[in-house]
Ligand binder design. Structure first.
Ligand SMILES: Cc1cc2nc3c(=O)[nH]c(=O)nc-3n(C[C@H](O)[C@H](O)[C@H](O)COP(=O)(O)O)c2cc1C
Length: 193
């Protein structure tokens, strides 16, 4: 059985780190600890999160809930919560956010709004996030609205953002992920002085 993307991300983190240093993106003196935290109902945001983790050697934190959102009722509930800007509680995290220099946070778009579990996550944990880069997926329109809503909840500007449509994620987001990672790491380097 092959390694999962998360395992693969960890086992190859050092070689990716070396590549980032060689590319001049980050100084070799200090390796930032990176995390990708995301929610995904049908797999698209997960796929993008895994690409980001692979590209940067970041750890992965999938935001989970006690209750499933599968099926028509899950879809209807998600749409309602998006429309009315509701937040949903996420299960306890597997990683300590304070251990990370930079956290990538990702969400799907629900009725041109942030997914309720990601809203819940940001409401609960924004104060523990020092540097954040944001990404959002959608079917056609609304991911940029989601990025704005996430920035508002953070109460500080993100280091970098990426909005992508589902089809582009499926076709391979390597270029966009490279740009997001580069922008975020450069901004982090700058903030470190
Ligand atoms: C309830 C609901 C509302 C949605 N609203 C939008 C929308 O307003 N605009 C859009 O482009 N896509 C919308 N979508 C599509 C998802 O944002 C898109 O498929 C996303 O990539 C799914 O991510 P996931 O597979 O990680 O859950 C919606 C999906 C659901 C379930």
């Amino acid at each position: 059985m092959g390694a999962s993307p998360a395992q693969d991300g960890r086992s190859n983190a050092h070689s990716r780190w070396s590549a980032l240093c060689t590319a001049g993106l980050v100084a070799p003196s200090r390796q930032p600890k990176l995390l990708v935290a995301f929610f995904s109902r049908t797999g698209t945001t997960r796929r993008l999160a895994e690409h980001i983790a692979r590209a940067t050697g970041a750890d992965l934190e999938e935001l989970r809930e006690a209750k499933s959102r599968r099926g028509i009722w899950g879809w209807l509930r998600s749409g309602y919560e998006g429309t009315y800007r509701r937040s949903a509680e996420v299960l306890p995290l597997g990683h300590n956010l304070r251990d990370y220099d930079l956290v990538f946070v990702g969400s799907p778009t629900w009725n041109r709004a942030l997914a309720s579990p990601v809203r819940g996550f940001l409401e609960q944990y924004a104060s523990e996030l020092s540097n954040v880069a944001l990404f959002a997926t959608c079917q056609g329109r609304g991911a940029s609205d989601v990025l704005e809503q996430m920035s508002e909840l953070l109460k500080k500007p993100p280091l970098a953002t990426l909005a992508m449509i589902e089809m582009d994620v499926k076709h391979g987001p390597a270029v966009q992920v490279g740009e997001l990672s580069e922008a975020a790491l450069r901004a982090w380097e700058k903030s470190e002085g």
